[in-house]
Ligand binder design. Structure first.
Ligand code: PBG
Length: 315
């Protein structure tokens, strides 16, 4: 059955297409030219004026969805800039929707890119732990700001308890029943996020283990995801990708929602640096990892390789 290319095509169980890919974009409101992320060669922080053209470029490559990360120069203890209808998050969404109206625009709803301490929410009086419930109120406000700006999908990524329910209620009560929620539901406290923190100029020190999952805990990840599904999440997510394929496969068996997987910054960096060193075939490796995600049960794949992979998938 593997003897010829046509036989192999016929027997192929899993196919990755450009329709599966979600492209993450970093926008920095404090720069005037595109700046490469040192730990992620080939990935850039864009100045705000360049976002529209980048979204158009992705659309022309066949990409159907982008997820936007704002790197604000207005960091403060609570992340006010993301709660403002004229703040960076709202502006990015409007720019992206204007550039490609049919593109599905997703906002990363979190505070770590907007706070001066770099945590994913407001801090308790101890200055160390995140105040879960206070953060929920801000997430509700942030979701409504994103919705008013025209977002299609909000993606809470802070792993706060009750975040999906809180955002769903806030959206519905403001007339945004149509805005969907993609929950970062199985998000592990991972060393693979290192380059991302570089990219978003996070001043974060310490640990997110108070809210993100312990990499040792597969069952807890499933429980968290099922809870997000019960709270009304439209899409669930496993993150990072490759080290957590077991979680992805188990979740696929246990829920009927679409599942996204995030091939995170550290996964990108590992492939890119190895390829640049001549140790690995980048194209083959990227396509193999994307195929593994789909085989394990992912419907959507967030990857910094999205636009490049769209080109590779054409041949
Ligand atoms: C924000 C957020 C993070 C990532 C996506 N959203 C970082 C973190 O939790 O520290 C990581 C993405 C990546 O590494 O590519 N909470």
């Amino acid at each position: 059955m593997r003897r010829t290319p046509t036989l192999r095509k016929l027997m192929q169980e899993t196919r990755v297409t450009v329709d599966d890919l979600v492209y993450p974009i970093f926008v920095n409101d404090g720069i005037s030219q595109a700046t490469e992320v040192p730990s992620m060669p080939g990935v850039f922080n864009l100045p705000e004026f360049a976002l529209g053209a980048e979204v158009e470029r992705a659309w022309k490559a066949g990409i159907k969805a982008v997820i936007l990360f704002g790197v604000t120069s207005q960091k403060d203890p609570i992340g006010e800039d993301s709660l403002d209808d004229n703040g960076l998050m709202a502006r990015m969404i409007r720019t992206a929707k204007t550039a490609a109206p049919e593109m599905v625009v997703i906002s990363d709803n979190c505070f770590c890119e907007y706070t001066d301490h770099g945590h994913c929410g407001v801090l308790c009086a101890d200055g160390k732990n995140v105040d879960n419930d206070e953060t929920l109120q801000n997430l509700e406000a942030q979701a409504v700001v994103a919705a008013r700006a025209g977002v299609d999908v909000v993606a809470p990524s802070g792993m706060m308890d009750g975040m999906v329910e809180a955002m769903r209620e806030a959206l519905d009560s403001h007339g945004f029943e149509q805005v969907a929620i993609m929950a970062y539901s199985s998000k592990f406290a991972s060393a693979f996020y290192g380059p991302f923190r570089d990219a978003v100029d996070s001043h974060f020190k310490g640990t997110r283990s108070g809210y993100q999952l312990d990499p040792s805990n597969g069952r807890e990840a499933i429980a968290e995801s099922i809870q997000d599904e019960d709270e009304g999440a439209d899409i669930l997510m496993v993150k990072p990708g490759l080290p957590y394929l077991d979680v992805l496969a188990r979740l696929r068996d246990m829920c009927e929602r679409p599942i996204a997987v995030y091939q995170v910054s550290g996964e990108y960096a590992m492939i890119k640096h190895a390829a640049n060193a001549g140790a690995l075939d980048e194209r083959a490796l990227v396509l193999e990892t994307l195929t593994s995600f789909k085989r394990a049960g992912a419907d959507l794949i967030l990857t910094y390789y999205a636009v490049q992979a769209a080109e590779w998938l054409k041949d």
